[in-house]
Design a protein around this ligand. Sequence first.
Ligand code: SF4
Ligand code: SF4
Ligand code: SF4
Length: 282
Amino acid sequence: MSEFAVLQLSGCAGCEVSLLNAEAWVDRYKLVYMPLVISAYDVPDVDVLLVSGGVRTDEDLYNLRRAVRRANKVVAVGTCAISGGVASLGDRDEVRELFLAEEERRHVPRLLPRCRPIDAFVTVDRYLPGCPPTPELFMAVLFDLPDFKTSRVVCQECGRKKLKDMRPSHLIGFQQGGVLPDICLINQGYLCIGSSTRGGCRAPCPRAGHPCVGCRGPSDALIEKESGAWFASIRRVFAAMTDIPPQEIETGLRSPQLALFLFQFSDYARPGEPPRPKEKVL
Ligand code: SF4
Ligand code: SF4
Ligand code: SF4
């Protein structure tokens, strides 16, 4: 039986919970290290190492470098491992200052200057974006299923219809107002970015009436493009489907609800370095 380990760096443990919600791996893989559920001091030699969380502290970096030496294959799991995710919120000055004050007092691990994705330090064989990736996506990456297909973008998995004659003139804020079933959330004035976000999650958010905020990262068409290109693509969708003033869209795209994931789209293009290879991203 193949063995795998889960190394958790700075994140929220949501990725681990999603993995535990899947069960197909139980018959084919033995989980040998995952501090959330297994008492084991160190990562042993494994076939697959799943790494969740961003590299935020010196302890994260130490653990990451030690663990990858023991693994045949390394998979970066979730937005935090790929782009920093929630852990990168600590890059904000006021959060950092607060934490540094506590660091001294509580002897917590030393903060690195910035939160970094794991491929800034180690070679990654596969990327599994999502916050968290769904149990189904975990299964696809663990078993390397050749016939597992993801849709190009979330819209293809959503099932809501885009209407030509329902053009809102203003945005409705997140979590405000009612949501009509079956009709695209953009037609209803919600800032949904499913048309630019890679599919594979089966669109749980828009299906439930909440706009997609892009946690799966950029679609293959945008993955190697700079931020200007994916901003333009989102603007085009809203210009074609709504009469919302462009400035309102701009403000919405920069809102805290979207900033966390949307602005990490640009991490894939990695200015100054080769972009992350599309074929490695599930
Ligand atoms: S990617 Fe999301 S679910 Fe996974 S550790 Fe980060 S914040 Fe949590
Ligand atoms: S824009 Fe959002 S609501 Fe509309 S089809 Fe795409 S994912 Fe669904
Ligand atoms: S619908 Fe969008 S926000 Fe929701 S899980 Fe999928 S990619 Fe993430």
